[in-house]
Design a protein around this ligand. Structure first.
Ligand SMILES: *[C@@H]1O[C@H](CO)[C@@H](O)[C@H](O)[C@H]1NC(C)=O
Ligand SMILES: *[C@@H]1O[C@H](CO)[C@@H](O)[C@H](O)[C@H]1NC(C)=O
Ligand SMILES: *[C@@H]1O[C@H](CO)[C@@H](O)[C@H](O)[C@H]1NC(C)=O
Ligand SMILES: *[C@@H]1O[C@H](CO)[C@@H](O)[C@H](O)[C@H]1NC(C)=O
Ligand SMILES: *[C@@H]1O[C@H](CO)[C@@H](O)[C@H](O)[C@H]1NC(C)=O
Ligand SMILES: *[C@@H]1O[C@H](CO)[C@@H](O)[C@H](O)[C@H]1NC(C)=O
Ligand SMILES: *[C@@H]1O[C@H](CO)[C@@H](O)[C@H](O)[C@H]1NC(C)=O
Ligand SMILES: *[C@@H]1O[C@H](CO)[C@@H](O)[C@H](O)[C@H]1NC(C)=O
Ligand SMILES: *[C@@H]1O[C@H](CO)[C@@H](O)[C@H](O)[C@H]1NC(C)=O
Ligand SMILES: *[C@@H]1O[C@H](CO)[C@@H](O)[C@H](O)[C@H]1NC(C)=O
Length: 668
């Protein structure tokens, strides 16, 4: 008994001891938190750290013509500011990679293709921000690839990097028609006509005559310190980088989330771009039309949020007077902090800057955004010619809205495999809009079933027939236009690209997955043809046979899958040839059933029950694995996500890519 008490006492003492220790730690932590900035600065100086490391992220356009020259000048101006600056260019274009490569092996410039792009090559803003946010540098900057920076950019960032609070800044840039100076070879100094160096003040003075670009979000510089606090509380919609108001959206969210100190540094950062009148501005190319359509639709969805009150014109301003930085509010004319001895002097300095600069508002800020249905300028023919590979082959996915996440995971997987010749056929308006916003090559036509009510569309109904029989009709339509089709359901996970293997079968051969579940025996038994994964070559025999399938399906009460088998292999398999083929006698079309070790269905070898589905399939040599033989959409989804054969982040609407998985960032 006594012993027990003693023990309890002892442990109690331990507890007090521990708590005391914790308290000491907490108070130590507290003192560091409220330490005056001057002491913090001294500590920084003692540790010998130099300026903050900065990574500038920019979406680069191809390096050709005047755009290439302007980008090259801008990027050289960034690199000349400080050795602490690195540059990451988002692009899939080879010219951008060779530009980055031209800086040598140990380069401060890299090109990254691993973010989300539309099929026309426009990057997604939310994907760019996500990449910039996991940067290993002290400060991330997102800006336009043609905006030139002057040294006050570095001094501003060095100053704000010392703030006690996490921050996010924006700065507008100026639009000028000519710049009378040249950047010297090292990219450090600007030279005048006769080769003399031009002082920063003189350059700033020249720029002050240029107009501030206030409406174009792309031309706004955005920078933040990579602290622990996120930029905002919201989920960034899939804005396309370029047209629209993505930057304003972030500012608004950041302001209302109140995580960070948000301010406007336009008065202390000289960013400018050169507008060339005889430029062939690409205002009417396909990508631009896409940006306008997609972003104005998102604008309609998020409009009320974006355009609340003054927007970013009400932001606190950073300004510089007599060589020192200060903050002030333009809306109520307050200079921070209060009670400064030279307060009056500062206020007049601030007023002077304000008057010189005029009002920073965008007259288009309240423009009405379109809520019209999305319409893209692509006919099926145009889309096919844009997307097909050199063999004139198209990978086709047919999907409705309830399969949108499956579709995206499938698309993201194809991106990883560098399979870009795919097209999505939208079964309903919702998935069509969704695909447009996700930048997918999508189309929808008169074949799509109308009046689908999901509650009412069960097996045997008229609606069910219309939905399930669209796929073969769409394939037939594409074959007739002269393109080969690999039809892949979106619940087929691709391990590697099957096209090189499938294309070698040549004309008049229809190659399909077998749905046979028994491990041994023939794989071409009745109704064992899976119409969720097949390759159809564009030729007379295949088109004639597909026409028969479509006709058969239109008269059948079943889904279209049995029609494929019964038409091509004969009722009861009367056209079977050996254990893995059929020959349709009227059209002479050969059907080849694919080796199930390479193209397993969802029942074969219970692969989906393996502890590691992926390694099991790789062992077998799988090209694809079908997530079928399971009933219920939800179960199917769960099984696939749980197995790790999943490539899409449903919450952020972005592909999961290697950099998100490994968290190993090498930009700094
Ligand atoms: C820290 O170093 C910078 C330059 O290296 C200097 O300008 C600044 O005054 C120093 N700060 C303190 C508190 O010593
Ligand atoms: C930059 O980040 C590194 C690592 O996170 C940190 O040690 C260093 O103090 C930071 N430097 C500045 C100037 O903020
Ligand atoms: C720059 O200004 C010119 C004329 O002043 C205008 O035509 C052009 O659209 C502007 N550029 C941008 C990107 O705002
Ligand atoms: C600037 O804004 C103020 C108040 O918001 C307004 O009264 C003034 O007319 C504006 N000036 C210009 C040039 O737009
Ligand atoms: C769709 O529904 C509308 C109204 O219910 C009807 O008028 C129309 O004929 C239907 N269309 C088809 C193709 O069933
Ligand atoms: C194009 O077809 C040839 C055979 O006809 C094949 O070797 C090649 O891999 C195919 N290319 C692609 C990208 O599928
Ligand atoms: C389709 O179903 C209807 C009614 O359920 C039936 O009368 C008809 O015979 C069926 N047709 C076929 C081809 O099975
Ligand atoms: C299909 O084959 C089975 C047995 O092999 C036979 O009982 C059935 O009558 C056949 N049906 C047709 C339509 O040939
Ligand atoms: C199919 O092949 C047979 C024998 O090779 C031939 O007689 C027949 O004309 C062919 N049919 C078609 C539609 O090509
Ligand atoms: C499954 O196997 C793959 C490939 O061998 C491996 O990369 C992965 O880490 C494994 N997953 C689990 C959960 O063990």
């Amino acid at each position: 008994m006594v012993n027990f008490h003693l023990k309890a006492l002892k442990s109690g003492l331990w507890l007090i001891w521990l708590c005391g220790f914790a308290l000491i730690l907490i108070s130590f932590y507290a003192t560091t938190q409220i330490m005056p900035p001057s002491i913090k600065e001294q500590i920084k100086n003692l540790t010998g750290s130099e300026g903050p490391s900065i990574t500038i992220f920019a979406a680069a356009r191809p390096f050709s013509g005047s755009i290439g020259k302007r980008q090259s000048l801008a990027i050289r101006s960034w690199l000349g500011l400080s050795q602490d600056i690195r540059v990451v260019l988002f692009s899939q274009d080879p010219s951008v990679f060779s530009f980055a490569g031209s800086f040598g092996l140990d380069s401060r410039v890299t090109a990254e293709p691993n973010i989300d792009f539309t099929f026309l090559g426009t990057p997604f803003f939310h994907s760019m921000v996500a990449r910039a946010q996991i940067s290993s540098s002290n400060i991330s900057v997102l800006m336009d690839s043609e905006t030139i920076l002057l040294p006050d950019f570095i001094s501003t960032l060095s100053y704000v990097n010392k703030l006690d609070h996490d921050w996010l800044l924006v700065a507008s840039s100026r639009n000028i028609s000519a710049f009378p100076c040249l950047l010297d070879v090292c990219g450090k100094h600007w030279l005048g006509d006769n080769g003399e160096r031009i002082k920063l003040e003189k350059l700033q003075d020249y720029l002050s005559h240029g107009l501030r670009e206030r409406c174009d979000d792309k031309k706004m510089i955005m920078a933040w310190n990579n602290g622990d606090v996120p930029l905002h509380n919201g989920v960034l919609p899939p804005f396309l980088y370029g047209k629209g108001f993505h930057t304003r959206w972030v500012i608004n969210e950041a302001l209302s989330s109140n995580f960070r100190f948000v301010f406007d540094a336009s008065w202390t950062i000289s960013g400018f771009f050169i507008h060339n009148l005889d430029d062939d501005d690409d205002d009417d190319n396909d990508a631009t039309i896409w940006e306008n359509v997609g972003n104005s639709h998102l604008g309609a969805l998020y409009g009320s949020l974006i355009f609340h009150e003054g927007g970013y014109s009400d932001l606190i301003k950073l300004f510089k007077c007599n060589g020192r930085y200060h903050f002030a509010s333009t809306t109520n004319n307050i200079v921070y902090p209060f009670g400064l001895s030279k307060h009056r002097k500062l206020t007049s300095c601030f007023d002077k800057i304000k008057t010189l600069d005029g009002n920073v508002t965008c007259s288009k800020e309240n423009r009405v955004m379109s809520s019209e249905p999305l319409a893209l300028p692509f006919s099926l023919e145009l889309l096919l010619s844009k997307m097909a590979d050199q063999n004139k082959t198209i990978v086709l996915a047919v999907a409705g809205y309830s399969y949108k996440d499956m579709l995206m995971s499938w698309v993201c997987r194809l991106h990883v495999l560098h399979v870009l010749n795919f097209v999505v056929y939208a079964l309903d308006d919702e998935i069509y809009d969704f695909c447009v916003l996700q930048g997918l090559p999508v189309y929808r036509d008169r074949l799509a079933p109308s009046n689908i009510s999901y509650n009412d569309c069960h097996f045997g109904t008229n609606c069910f027939q219309r939905v399930t029989k669209v796929k073969s009709r769409v394939v037939l339509e594409i074959l007739k236009l002269g393109y080969n089709v690999l039809m892949s359901d979106v619940d087929v996970y691709w391990f590697k690209n099957p096209l090189p293997l499938l294309t070698v079968f040549g004309p008049a051969v229809f190659v399909a997955q077998s749905d046979e579940y028994k491990i041994t025996g023939p794989i071409n038994l009745p109704r064992r043809l899976n119409s969720g994964f097949y390759y159809a070559h564009s030729d007379g025999a295949t088109i004639a046979a597909l026409q028969k399938v479509v006709k058969h399906a239109s008269l059948s009460n079943l889904s279209e899958q049995p029609s494929f088998y019964d038409t091509l292999c004969g009722l009861n398999g009367s056209n079977r040839l050996g254990d893995d083929m059929c020959l349709e006698p009227e059209t002479n079309l050969t059907v080849r059933f694919l080796d199930r070790n390479l193209f397993p269905n969802g029942a074969y070898r219970d692969l989906w029950d393996s502890t590691n589905v992926s390694s099991k399939c790789i062992e077998l040599g799988c090209f694809v694995l079908h997530n079928n033989w399971i009933s219920g959409r939800q179960k199917k989804l769960e099984r696939q996500v749980a197995s790790g054969l999943w490539e899409y982040d449903m919450s952020t609407r972005m592909c999961l890519l290697s950099w998100q998985r490994s968290k190993q960032i090498t930009d700094y």
